[in-house]
Design a protein around this ligand. Structure first.
Ligand code: MSP
Length: 527
């Protein structure tokens, strides 16, 4: 094991979220992607890996342009406002520890996109042609007839996009094309030789089938509007918004301008919603191959948050703002709930009732109560001085096992399984306290020695839990770490050795309860 740990110490871990469209404010679907990526980043950082979490905003294209025009403003002013008033504040609302935030209107991005595009052009991967076909501005995507259906309601008699249910555009314009078809076999070889390149397997299968049906070349410029990055050799065109957006993952780490940083970080792990996995697992690696760059380490397509059985979205008016949840339940509950209740990689239904029930059972009663009881007993029976005795082997063995299991789950992106393993220790400690009845042991001097062992074991278990849960429950674990007498910064404790924590000398009372009782019935809206 030691060799493995050492080799990890210097390993780079670069993880990205999608960059978000700034046509509207964030909802809990966006926040879900952010939290999952942040938890993975925090876990790897706490293993001592050279970790970098990138997030940001996608600001070009027709969708943003039209939103700005409809609101009587310029796209740049619109984006500036949304980024500062909504997207950056989201990161604070849900405790995201990102290392960088890229906007596609940043000069560094625009400059590096130009360098990348010119290289592909010079190397013969781009040619000029005419695009004639369908386009959905909602998806910012060229569409095939199969992607469309007949409109209903206001849109009767028109063709609409199956995803948005809104009319599509019929384009006929001079465009530049990327010879993506040349990479069809190379992509299939990639999926074959690196089965974990696209995850989970449901998404991998869908992508493989899609590419097997044949890849067409991709139109990568638009000439009928000008909100975008200018094509360097023909300024009457702007770069297609997805081609521009995907490049954020390399422009943010110095592509074309800072080789040392680029070499240090690339390749990345991309966390995306399954709806945009195709862009990341087909177009993006083809672009990288054309430029002679390494493909990403992995593309993980997570599922959708469903409300009332449908993908939650603002355009369908089912959007829920993250603060609606954090204001009532707190940031920790937000982070914990979505990652523990939903299998990462599958869809999951959101309901206020489920959130409330899990908050009460798992966080308040399961974890919070355990912490309060144990710390109160050490304070009462030992005046806060933690007995210096060996812990019970059985609990220590569980702590060791769940640490290893959770660590391995994180490597498989199985965040919910990692939490399930950690919760085995929560449950084991609760059972341990119930069975050993420290309050009874405290009554007799003859059982004092046993009381010392039981409470020392429990405090040690709580310290292990504080370390293991710190990537998810960022706030409660900080309080717990103070209470159990943790020395040093909590996020500096090696997470893959969390079970080794031996306990601080002094336990201090908890600052309130970790998860206070919540009166939800009147306050929480019912979905
Ligand atoms: N701008 C593009 C991404 C470019 S990445 C180079 C985009 N933006 S988005 O704002 O529309 O969506 C960003 C992410 O939020 C996507 O991964 C999408 O799947 C995710 N989600 C949007 N609604 C969601 C749910 N209802 N549930 C889970 N994730 C959701 O696409």
């Amino acid at each position: 094991m030691a060799a493995g740990l050492n080799s990890r110490d210097t390993q780079a871990f670069y993880i990205t979220t999608p960059i978000f469209y700034v046509n509207d404010v964030p909802h809990i679907g966006h926040a879900y992607t952010e939290v999952a990526s942040d938890v993975l980043a925090r876990w790897h950082r706490q293993r001592g890996e050279d970790t970098w979490l990138l997030t940001g905003t996608d600001e070009h294209g027709q969708k943003i342009l039209r939103t700005a025009v409809a609101n009587d403003t310029s796209p740049q002013a619109w984006a500036d406002n949304l980024v500062e008033s909504a997207w950056k504040p989201l990161l604070k609302t849900i405790d995201i520890h990102n290392d960088d935030f890229i906007r596609t209107t940043d000069e560094r991005h625009e400059k590096a996109v130009t360098i990348f595009l010119q290289k592909l052009y010079d190397d013969g991967h781009i040619y000029s042609g005419e695009y004639e076909g369908y386009y959905c501005v909602g998806c910012e995507e060229y569409k095939q007839p199969d992607d469309l259906m007949d409109g209903t309601g206001d849109f009767v008699g028109q063709l609409v996009c199956k995803i948005h249910g809104r009319p599509i555009e019929i384009l006929k314009e001079k465009n530049y094309f990327f010879r993506m078809s040349a990479f069809e076999q190379k992509l299939l070889d990639l999926y074959e030789s690196q089965p974990d390149f696209v995850q989970p397997s449901s998404v991998r299968n869908e992508i493989t089938q899609f590419v097997k049906q044949g890849l067409a070349d991709l139109s990568i410029s638009r000439s009928s509007f000008d909100w975008g990055i200018k094509v360097p050799w023909d300024e009457s065109h702007v770069v297609y918004v997805w081609f521009d957006a995907l490049l954020n993952y390399v422009t943010a780490i110095g592509y074309g301008v800072d080789d040392a940083q680029f070499q240090r970080r690339w390749p990345a792990v991309h966390i995306v919603g399954k709806d945009i996995a195709r862009f990341h697992a087909v177009i993006w690696p083809a672009m990288l191959m054309a430029a002679g760059l390494e493909v990403p380490r992995a593309v993980f397509g997570h599922g959708w948050l469903l409300v009332g059985g449908e993908k939650m979205s603002k355009s369908k008016l089912t959007g829920i703002a993250p603060s609606e949840i954090t204001d009532t339940f707190g940031v920790d509950a937000f982070r914990y709930y979505f990652l523990s209740a939903i299998t990462f990689g599958q869809d999951g239904s959101f309901s206020w009732e489920d959130l409330s029930a899990r908050y009460q059972a798992e966080l308040a009663n399961g974890f919070g109560n355990l912490a309060s009881r144990v710390i109160a007993m050490v304070t009462r029976y030992f005046d806060g001085a933690l007995p210096d005795v060996e812990p019970d082997e059985a609990i220590l063995a569980i702590a060791k096992r769940v640490t290893a299991a959770a660590d391995a789950s994180i490597d498989r992106f199985a965040i919910n399984e990692a939490l399930g393993s950690i919760w085995e220790l929560v449950d084991a400690l609760n059972l341990y306290i119930t069975e050993n009845e420290p309050w009874a042991l405290a009554k007799e001097p003859a059982t004092r020695a046993r009381l010392e062992v039981v409470l020392a074991t429990a405090v040690r278990g709580l310290g292990t839990l504080a370390v293991l849960l710190s990537p998810v429950l960022t706030r409660a674990t900080e309080k717990l770490w103070q209470a159990v007498g943790g020395v040093g910064a909590l996020d500096a404790q090696p997470i893959d050795r969390a079970w080794e924590w031996t306990g601080g000398p002094a336990v201090t009372p908890l600052d309130g309860t970790l998860f206070p009782r919540i009166e939800t019935t009147e306050e929480a809206p019912v979905a």
